[in-house]
Write a protein that binds this ligand. Structure first.
Ligand code: SF4
Ligand code: SF4
Length: 335
């Protein structure tokens, strides 16, 4: 931990200021502005086969919000007008959206060399009706970023539901069997997030533990582990409120503010798009409905790719989740 609220250089500054993310950046002499867009992150919908406790999307089997083919076509046309090289597809379980395979195929056609990421919950790969999904992803060289909050069943199931650990292990073995985590063109990264209101441990140390445990017990290989801080929004916020631990968690995030993490925040170079095509600074702002540039209904196709650079970012107290400790982004710790 760097400075606590009582330490210099914060003496004389009210706690309220330190708890406002924007004020905190100013006190630190930092600025958060957008740079050139490098990542197009598309949340294709809130439909999911799981209902995890930490889910910032409030995703689940009953959700109806999913991207239709017409919206996909408009997003693809916009993408084609850019030279963005990284497309990050998230949800929900993106693979449950009926146009998912069409979307991946068109992205590959438009930009054969692009890095395409599927944020996958693993269990969907073994659900009935999704046969051949893992092979489909491998054939299109789609990178998989998979949630796996622990290498032990109790912790995974406490967070994600009964039976999820065993199915996740089977899915990882399936992915390994077709080259994921072994062939450098088929990257398989795992995501850890803490079970409760604490900060993630050191990413590289935890990655070494994961690798050792998964290899020894299940003969599983993967590329990298990303540690991601739980954001105090949506389902995790409801949990914090239920447990009466929201203040404690916010204090933890604020007290562990790390100015060095600001430079790498994903809202600088990522464009976040929702299932309707609306633009946000990040997936978290999207879930909070914090409008891009304060404009409620700004669609991707209303914006020139050149108009992002230098623009403002909509910030609020949840942003402390991205700057606490080692920092946190969709690509793991920012250290
Ligand atoms: S965390 Fe992922 S797998 Fe879990 S409910 Fe949310 S979208 Fe689904
Ligand atoms: S929550 Fe979003 S806007 Fe706030 S710091 Fe994190 S990435 Fe940036």
């Amino acid at each position: 931990m760097r400075d606590t609220l009582a330490d210099p250089p914060y003496q004389g500054i009210s706690k309220a200021c330190l708890k406002s993310f924007q004020d905190r950046l100013e006190i630190e002499g930092l600025e958060l502005k957008r740079s050139k867009p490098a990542i197009l992150q598309i949340n294709v919908g809130k439909l999911c086969n799981l209902t995890c406790m930490h889910c910032h999307v409030n995703a689940g089997p009953g959700r109806k919000e999913i991207m239709g083919i017409d919206t996909m076509a408009r997003v693809l046309a916009w993408f084609n007008s850019t030279n963005i090289q990284k497309v990050d597809i998230t949800g929900g379980a993106p693979e449950m959206v009926p146009g998912f395979r069409f979307f991946i195929d068109r992205i590959r056609e438009i930009r054969p060399e692009a890095q395409i990421i599927d944020r996958c919950n693993l269990t969907i790969l073994l659900e009935s009706g999704y046969e051949g999904l893992a092979e489909f992803l491998a054939e299109r060289r789609v990178e998989i970023v998979a949630s796996m909050p622990c290498y032990q069943p109790e912790n995974v199931e406490a967070q994600r539901g009964n039976g999820v650990f065993d199915v996740s292990i089977q899915a990882l073995q399936l992915l390994n069997s077709i080259g994921y985590g072994k062939n450098p063109e088929l990257r398989l990264n795992l995501v850890y997030n803490p079970l409760g209101p604490s900060l993630p441990p050191d990413q590289s140390e935890l990655e070494a533990d994961y690798k050792e445990a998964l290899r020894a017990t299940f003969d599983i290989e993967f590329d990298q582990l990303y540690t991601i801080t739980n954001m105090p929004i949506a389902r995790f916020l409801a949990y914090l409120r239920r447990e009466n631990r929201l203040d404690e968690y916010m204090d933890l995030l604020v007290e562990n503010f790390n100015p060095a993490a600001v430079e790498g925040l994903m809202c600088r170079d990522t464009i976040s798009v929702d299932w309707q095509g609306r633009v946000f600074d990040c997936d978290f702002n999207q879930m909070l409905n914090l409008p891009f540039r304060g404009n409620e209904d700004l669609y991707l196709w209303d914006l020139s790719p050149l108009s992002f650079e230098g623009g403002p970012v909509q910030m609020a107290s949840h942003c402390f989740g991205c700057t606490a400790g080692a920092g946190s982004s969709c690509g793991g710790s920012l250290d």
